[in-house]
Design a protein around this ligand. Structure first.
Ligand SMILES: C[S@@+](CC[C@H](N)C(=O)[O-])C[C@H]1O[C@@H](n2cnc3c(N)ncnc32)[C@H](O)[C@@H]1O
Length: 197
């Protein structure tokens, strides 16, 4: 678990990626009916994306290793009157949750992992995702100027979520990720739609 270093980034003010709003890409995806059934938000941070999805009436569990972020997420849910669960869990051992999900969201988590960490994470995601369930990965892309700190290529996404690992990459589309240190236009991103085989 890499909880302590991550937790520190949530103390003493918002983390660089924590804009206090759901990502526009996720809001759009939700408005298009992209989320169904039980939803897992892996690496949920302070919960803006999960809370948005929960506000639409879906059952959402957000998990993170940063207790400070989880406490903020729970407080927001209470303040806004939104029913959503936030729990401490390691994304490398999601099977320990003992739960399954029809839709899984990864907003900014995959791109934090090194290449040698990805197979374990991808297998962990597979262990909790229903057959034919959907996984959305919104990550910094290597496409264009002013990329985020851990840009990922389309090839890396396809290699990580290969059919051999139980996934089928349906689409990878250019999108944007908002941060506190980019202008309103955000940073170049990929939005990958990936199905569990
Ligand atoms: C870049 S932040 C994105 C947070 C949130 N999804 C958002 O969009 O604001 C990555 C998040 O993943 C969490 N994280 C890192 N490693 C993790 C792990 N092994 N298991 C669960 N969460 C993890 C961090 O604590 C952090 O909250």
């Amino acid at each position: 678990m890499t909880g302590l270093p991550w937790d520190a980034s949530y103390r003493g003010g918002p983390a660089p990626w924590d804009t206090g709003r759901p990502q526009p890409a996720i809001v759009r995806l939700a408005s298009e009916g992209g989320f169904a059934g039980a939803v897992l938000d892996a690496g949920c941070g302070t919960g803006e994306n999960g809370l948005h999805v929960a506000s639409l009436g879906l059952s959402v569990l957000g998990v993170d290793v940063a207790e400070t972020a989880l406490a903020i997420a729970r407080a927001k849910a209470g303040d806004r009157g939104i029913e959503a669960e936030f729990a401490a869990a390691d994304a490398f051992h999601l099977e320990r949750l003992g739960r399954r999900f029809q839709t899984v969201l990864d907003c900014g988590l995959f791109h934090t992992f090194d290449g040698d960490e990805r197979p374990g994470y991808v297998a962990s995601l597979a262990s909790v995702t229903d057959h034919d369930g959907a996984l959305y990965v919104l990550c910094f892309s290597d496409d264009g100027p002013d990329t985020g700190p851990h840009p990922v290529s389309q090839e890396e996404l396809r290699a990580a979520f290969s059919p051999g690992s139980g996934w089928n990459v349906v689409t990878i589309k250019p999108d944007r990720v908002q941060t506190r240190y980019h202008d309103d236009h955000g940073a170049p991103a990929w939005l990958a739609t990936i199905k569990r085989i």
